[in-house]
Ligand binder design. Structure first.
Ligand SMILES: [Zn+2]
Length: 227
């Protein structure tokens, strides 16, 4: 992966190989699904990360604020869910900056992380990320929950793919539709958490992996992107 990293910059796609996994939710905030997910996370005392679309943050500031005030990590996922490989340097910079400002002004917390829509990165991204002191996150696996295969299928796919250090990609919103329906994912979450715990996993916060994941604390092989 070193060649890709030289072009696109490092990206964190997995945590330390212990019995810890990381739940992440993209494309919100969403009035119904994000609220339901927050309830489950609070009941189960599980931390998560939410990579938010700036335009949705402006539409649903109260939901974004609730995510941050519950202590979950809020990351930047562009303003309009832009596919970066089609975008020029200035457009990417504007998309990230507008979203950063939206999240900071609404939640009071400046984001420190970015995830690219659809995972499409751009050679222009790295200098912008460095300027903003961001960490870029990918994911270990997704389960195509946006295709709405049913809550039991979403739950089962997560259970089958769990592995130590996994960063799990789920969706609490629709990147292109602020009213998009992600309730299957929200409804699957209690089962996902229960399955993971039964398999001996605990839940970590992605904020542990910011900035090289405090590599001194976690050890040198925690970051595939930086190896
Ligand atoms: Zn997305």
């Amino acid at each position: 992966m070193m060649g890709m990293d030289l072009i696109f910059g490092p990206s964190v796609e997995r945590g330390p190989r212990n019995r810890r996994i990381y739940l992440t939710f993209d494309d919100g905030p969403n009035e119904r699904a994000t609220a339901a997910i927050l309830d489950t996370l609070a009941n189960e005392r599980v931390p998560a990360a939410f990579f938010m679309v700036g335009d949705h943050v402006r539409r649903f500031p109260n939901v974004a604020r609730e995510v941050a005030s519950a202590g979950h990590m809020v990351g930047n996922h562009t303003y309009n869910h832009v596919k970066l490989h089609f975008a020029g340097r200035q457009k990417i910079r504007t998309q990230l900056r507008k979203t950063h400002d939206a999240i900071e002004s609404v939640t009071g917390v400046a984001p420190r992380s970015f995830r690219a829509p659809h995972g499409y990165r751009s050679p222009f991204l790295i200098s912008i990320i460095v300027d903003m002191s961001y960490t870029v996150f990918g994911w270990t696996f997704g389960v195509f929950d946006t295709a709405k295969p049913g809550m039991e299928v979403i739950r089962r796919r997560v259970r089958k793919r769990l592995r130590p250090g996994a960063i799990v990609l789920l969706h609490d919103g629709d990147g292109y539709d602020p009213e998009g329906d992600r309730m299957q994912t929200a409804d699957a979450l209690p089962g996902i958490i229960s399955d993971a715990r039964q398999a001996g996993y605990e839940f970590g916060s992605l904020s542990e992996l910011l900035n090289g994941g405090d590599m001194q604390k976690l050890g040198p092989q925690t970051h595939r992107g930086l190896e």
